[in-house]
Structure formats: structure tokens, C-alpha cells
Design a protein around this ligand. Structure first.
Ligand code: SF4
Length: 385
């Protein structure tokens, strides 16, 4: 039986990542079988409960307000809307709902109270509830835990070194602090990253070092392949190769053996054969639904056909950890402290992100001019008539 180690080095992880593929697959599949049922894959549904308008500058993200990506933003969803979506997800085989809001950080107030109510509502549907809401304080993490939150997602995205090439508005240490705040509660940690952003293999290994040396290791690690969205600074990145994805999944499985490895964004670009190899290499979760927050995702029926073909079964909820109890708002022990998470802003700017911001601004100005021209010509037509 493989043991969980917390002292991995980048060199060791790189060596694993670069093993001959058959050897890598065999090792990963063996470890996978020691810790998990290889025929069970969790289906999770990602709901964008508040879309767009984010003040951060993550170079891959169409939700950053500074870029112009033709994304339609939405205010915070209502609790009944979220409940209806969760019921639909449950009926189609999901055992987990992950709610994402495009916020820099959680702010105490009516919107956070609404999110807490969403958490209570979904937990009462006997589904695992996960949230990804940006940075949060320990008190906010405690309040989410009390509401029945099962997991909190906060990705490290890449290695500490490459992170600075993608995001300038907050630091790696801010991310680690939020993860630490979640760890002070009984909420499980979901943290992973994205490959295909222009990083080197060393950065992929560096991200896995950061995750694998956390003690305890994250209970869930999403591995995303970049979906290059027009208008974002990373719009010209070439799609990541399936072989890189398989290597990344297998390496994650070996160095973080107990975790749920999640095949996340970028699945539309993967063949069934490619996904099957990822499952063999240790991936044991997918996200269902036609959208992954804002980027395309395979249809639920297609996924169920793939499950049938591969003989996979959707995982039931609360296999790894007991369902948390929901404490109602009026019985809460943790009142709002009105605190804000501290965050460091590295004093550097990323040229590529600045250019995309300027392009977005120009595009917005063009749109305003176009609308003014159209309004004027409508007015002229009216006068002529
Ligand atoms: S990834 Fe999250 S924090 Fe970054 S810009 Fe997008 S919504 Fe904002």
C-alpha cells in the first residue's frame, strides 16, 4: 500500500511526470486501485451563481471585468433557482454541486447570507456542496461550515513562479492563506490548477509540490486544460495535448493518492479514448452540464453514454467523509464580523494582461460609437419618414 508523503520535491515529481508512459500509467493505476474504486467516478455539477464583473486579472478568465469577452454577466442567483438546478443535477446523476461566484473575496452582507442559504438548501438535498467564492476569512469559512458546506475550492492555478505570469492582482500566499482558513474548519479543501497556460513542465511539478506538501493534502484536485477564450490575455495559447493531460492526472494520482482527481475544463477537446486513459490514470471525477462556469462542456447524456461504454458508475455522495449537519441561520454561533480577507498585491503588472485590458477598453469604446451611429441613423430614418 502506498503511503501519503508530504515531503515531495520538484525533482522527484518531474521524474515521475517524465517516466515512460506505460510505466507511469501502471504505477498511477496501481495506486488508484489501492485507494479508490476504479469503476466509480463522481459526477459534479458546476453552477455559476454570479457571473462576470470580477475585479481580478486572471489571464485565463473571461469573467475578469477588465477583458472584453462577450460574456453575459449575471447577478447572484436566487435560492429557489439554485435549488431547482441542484434537483436537476441530482436527477441526472450528480452527487456534488459546486457554486462559483466571480468575486475577489467573500464580503459579509446580504449576498453572503444568500449564499449561506443556498448551502443549507443543497446540503438538505443530500448532495455534497462546494463553493468557490474567492478569498475568505476564517470566520467566513466557519459560517460556511456551519451552513453545511462540504468543500471549498480555491485553486493554486500553477507553480508559485508561473502564477506571477498569469495573475498580478493577488499573490500565491493569499491563495494559501484562504486554503489555511478553510483547513481550520471541517470543510474539505479542493485545490488544483490549469495546464496549457504557457507554463513549463517544472511549473506543473511546482504546483503539485505546493499541493502535495500541504498537510493534510487537499481532498480534491481539479486538473483543468486551458480553454483559450477570445479577448483574454491567453487567447492565443495552443490547446494542451491529451498526453500532457494524462501525465498530469497520473502524476497527481501518485503524489496525492487519497484525493479525488477531477477532470475539469477542456473535456470538450478530449476524445472518449483520451478521457478513458485519464480515468485509468486515476481521474475519478468529472463536471457535468453543458457549461463549466462560462466555457463549453460535454452534454450530460454524452457523459452517461461514455460511462456505460466504460462500465463506470456515478459515485454516491459522502463516500469519503460524513455529511455535515446544517445549522439554521438563527442558531448560528458565528456572527458576521464584517472582516475582509487581507491580500497582498504584488507590485508588478503583466504586460500581456495590460494589453488585453486595453484591447477590451478599445472594443467597448468601438461598441459605444457603433451604438451611437445606429441610434443616429434610426433618428434620420424617422425624420425622413
Ligand atoms: S478566475 Fe475567479 S478570481 Fe480570477 S478573474 Fe476569474 S472569477 Fe475573478
Amino acid at each position: 500500500m502506498s503511503v501519503t508523503r508530504h515531503n515531495w520535491t520538484k525533482e522527484e515529481i518531474l521524474e515521475i511526470y517524465n517516466k515512460p508512459l506505460m510505466e507511469l500509467l501502471y504505477e498511477a493505476a496501481t495506486i488508484h486501485r489501492e485507494h479508490h474504486d476504479p469503476n466509480t467516478v463522481q459526477v459534479s455539477t458546476l453552477l455559476s451563481i454570479k457571473t462576470g464583473g470580477c475585479p481580478e486579472d486572471c489571464g485565463y478568465c473571461p469573467q475578469a471585468a477588465r477583458y472584453h469577452t462577450d460574456l453575459e454577466g449575471n447577478d447572484l442567483m436566487t435560492v429557489p433557482h439554485v435549488k431547482a438546478q441542484a434537483l436537476r443535477a441530482k436527477a441526472s446523476g450528480s452527487s456534488r454541486v459546486c457554486m462559483g461566484a466571480a468575486w475577489r473575496n467573500v464580503k459579509d452582507g446580504p449576498e453572503f447570507e444568500q449564499v449561506l442559504e443556498m448551502v443549507r438548501t443543497i446540503n438538505k438535498l443530500d448532495m455534497e456542496v462546494c463553493c468557490t467564492l474567492g478569498m475568505l476569512t476564517e470566520n467566513q469559512a466557519q459560517r460556511l461550515a456551519e451552513a453545511g458546506l462540504y468543500a471549498y475550492n480555491h485553486n493554486l492555478d500553477s507553480s508559485e513562479e508561473y502564477y506571477k505570469e498569469v495573475i498580478s492582482t493577488r499573490g500565491y500566499e493569499d491563495r494559501l492563506e484562504t486554503i489555511d482558513n478553510v483547513r481550520k474548519t471541517n470543510v474539505t479543501v479542493c485545490s488544483g490548477g490549469i495546464i496549457g497556460m504557457g507554463e513549463k513542465e517544472e511549473d506543473r511539478a511546482g504546483m503539485l509540490v505546493a499541493l502535495a506538501t500541504l498537510n493534510p493534502q487537499p481532498e480534491s484536485v481539479p486538473i483543468n486544460a486551458l480553454v483559450a477564450v477570445e479577448g483574454t490575455p491567453l487567447e492565443d495559447q495552443q490547446p494542451v495535448s491529451i498526453w500532457d493531460m494524462i501525465r498530469m492526472v497520473a502524476t497527481t494520482r501518485i503524489v496525492i493518492p487519497e484525493t479525488q482527481v477531477r477532470l475539469s475544463a477542456g473535456r470538450t477537446e478530449m476524445s472518449r479514448e483520451g478521457q478513458a486513459m485519464c480515468f485509468f490514470a486515476g481521474a475519478n471525477s468529472i463536471f457535468a452540464g453543458d457549461k463549466l462556469l462560462t466555457t463549453p462542456n460535454p452534454d450530460v447524456n454524452e457523459d452517461m453514454e461514455m460511462f456505460k461504454l466504460l462500465g463506470l458508475n456515478p459515485q454516491k455522495p459522502f463516500i469519503k467523509k460524513m455529511q455535515p449537519k446544517t445549522v439554521e441561520a438563527e442558531d448560528s454561533q458565528f456572527k458576521s464580523l464584517g472582516e475582509k480577507p487581507k491580500w497582498s498585491r504584488p507590485e508588478h503588472t503583466i504586460e500581456r494582461n495590460e494589453e488585453a485590458k486595453k484591447k477590451g477598453r478599445d472594443k467597448k469604446i468601438d461598441k459605444v460609437i457603433q451604438q451611437a451611429i445606429e441610434a443616429e441613423s434610426k433618428e434620420e430614418t424617422k425624420i425622413k419618414a
